[in-house]
Design a protein around this ligand. Sequence first.
Ligand code: FES
Length: 176
Amino acid sequence: MANSAPTLPFDRRTATYEQIRSDFWPILERYHDVEGAILPILHEAQGRYGWVSENTVRVISDFLRTTPPSVYAVVTYYHELSTEPPADVNVVVCAGPACRVDGGPGLLAEIEEETGISVGDTRRDMRYSIKTSACLGICMHAPVAAFNHRVRGRLRAGDARQLLSAAVHHSDGGQA
Ligand code: FES
């Protein structure tokens, strides 16, 4: 009997071409004969994996019957599409006007201190990344931050530490 290679668990940061192909191809099938499908497809990939890896680019280019560089050119053109693997917990701190005057800078400082990184950075162990946003849409609840897309408002001293640790726990598959 032939030995078969062990199946690796799917990891969005290290998924192989074959893994991405089998996971993403059913989604790609929905775009058969859709004109201008490349951008919605790339957004689907970004939403699903948190980034657009080289292997994802290859799978998409196979589906669209084009070359990886032509897909990659679109990825790098749109800043909301990332070619960097995501951290476990992606923190977005609102830097909009309402948050700036109502505790936003203090909240950002607390998050930077807790994570040990500065805004714009990803921690070496891929645990956290921090970005800012022009507005997270709930200005009346300033100061506001999002932890892996969960938007939280009226954050006060000490809240960030708790939310960061809950988000890590959640990303590990535990009960938050
Ligand atoms: S200014 Fe912060 S949520 Fe709008």
